[in-house]
Write a protein that binds this ligand. Structure first.
Ligand code: FES
Length: 62
C-alpha cells in the first residue's frame, strides 16, 4: 500500500481518509464497520462508504 492510497478519501461525508481508517484499525484492533464508525466517524453520514470500509478492514486484518 503506497502513500497515495493513504490520502484517498474513503468517507466523503465525514472527510475520513484511508490512512486514518487504517491507523485506527491497527491501533485499536477494530473488527467491524461499526467499530470504525465509532472510532473515526467514517460511515456515519450517507452510509455509501460501508463497502469501502469493509474492504479496508479485510485488507488490514488479513
Ligand atoms: S461517504 Fe461515508 S457516510 Fe457518506
Amino acid at each position: 500500500m503506497n502513500n497515495l492510497d493513504r490520502d484517498d478519501l474513503i468517507c466523503n461525508c465525514m472527510g475520513v481518509t484511508k490512512g486514518e481508517i487504517i491507523d485506527a484499525i491497527k491501533s485499536k484492533n477494530l473488527i467491524t464497520v461499526q467499530d470504525v464508525s465509532d472510532e473515526t466517524g467514517a460511515g456515519t453520514g450517507c452510509h455509501s462508504c460501508f463497502e469501502d470500509i469493509e474492504d479496508i478492514l479485510k485488507e488490514v486484518n488479513r
